[in-house]
Design a protein around this ligand. Sequence first.
Ligand code: FAS
Ligand code: PHB
Length: 389
Amino acid sequence: MKTQVAIIGAGPAGLLLAHLLKAEGVDCIVLERQTGPYILSRIRAGVLEQVTVGLMERLGLDARMKAEGLPHDGFNLADGERLIRIDIKALTGKQVMVYGQTELTRDLMEAAEPRGLEIIYEAADVALHHIESDAPFVTYTKNGAEHRVDARFIIGCDGFHGPSRQTIPASVGRTFERVYPFGWLGILADVPPCNHELIYANHDRGFALASQRSNVRSRYYIDVPVTERVEDWSDERIWDELSIRLGPEAAAHITRGASIEKSIAPLRSFVFEPMRHGSLLLCGDAAHIVPPTGAKGLNLAASDVHYASEALLAFFKSNDGDAIAGYSEKALARVWKAERFSWSLTKLMHRFPDDGVFERRIQLAELDYIASSDAAQRVIAENYVGLPV
Ligand code: FAS
Ligand code: PHB
């Protein structure tokens, strides 16, 4: 078959981009390895920046988000004794939207068929060809048959483990990576949140995050060594650890309950350059990964899609290739700022195995400084709500 844009991956990046192109009359197709239900079973991000909310508004797909999502004016840092509130609304005039990635993906998936968006699920053996030409194509197999899709552009939205990034020659690509010596053990439970806003805690015993999906569904995390196995963590053991790490004020309001999902996610900082090679553009986790401490992963995928959709629309509607040529540089400028913020907040809020008592006192001093400085809080707030696109 022939189309204008072949998109690989039906995660948030691929689905947002496909809807934006379709809405503007640009022909595209999405090729996804998994089934829709499998994608929706993955519990991931929980906090949306305005850039992500804005794309859903532009698509007219924000109704459920506005009905069920929770706009937040602030969040908290905790040092094991007190809560330090970062008033993002007062400091930046902006909010963040607490609405699970699962729900955003569901909204995008459910709108695909009514809007004539073609998504091929269970597309196996996806391979990219001739990406350095103006006539690239993708092959895949489904139900035992081999298929070919010819397109003018291929957009790799296939996440960290997908084939797109691997198709760029090693002589062209550069990677930058930091792998952290801990992962996040996450638990999802149908219990009310312990606080109306998020709490990121750095306790002597380690990191904890109290987040939420609604007023009756909570998402919590603690950091654990990468060697840990989720089966070694009973619900009770997790609730006990959360009660200690989040501090007495939060612990007094924790409601315990059975986990409906429990998993350990590894943490890494990763950037691949360039984000465009020939007729292949990369968006989202296919090009970069951040530790979830700054709630940037999903939102960076959205800003990549903002830039990529603008570039593709300029190409197809105005025959203007400048934005395509400038895509990688523009996207990477925002990616690296988010990488810096996510790395910085991860270093501030986690205990690193090689850190000693000096590093601990530096962390406590920085939290004490943040507690006392509007300037320090403003820096955190403007990065947390998302820098301008
Ligand atoms: P995704 O990985 O979401 O989507 C890529 C899609 O491509 C997938 O559906 C995959 O099946 C498909 N694909 C892969 N290989 C393919 C192939 N060969 N052929 C066809 N399709 C293929 N971010 C936060 O902000 N907060 C969090 O708490 C958080 N937690 C996370 C936990 C985990 C375990 C992971 C992995 C990520 C987490 N993230 C978090 C980051 C996450 O939200 C990503 O940033 C977000 O999913 C990025 O979206 P995409 O770029 O669309 O990639
Ligand atoms: C989540 O709710 O899953 C979440 C929220 C904020 C983060 C990371 C994860 O920084």
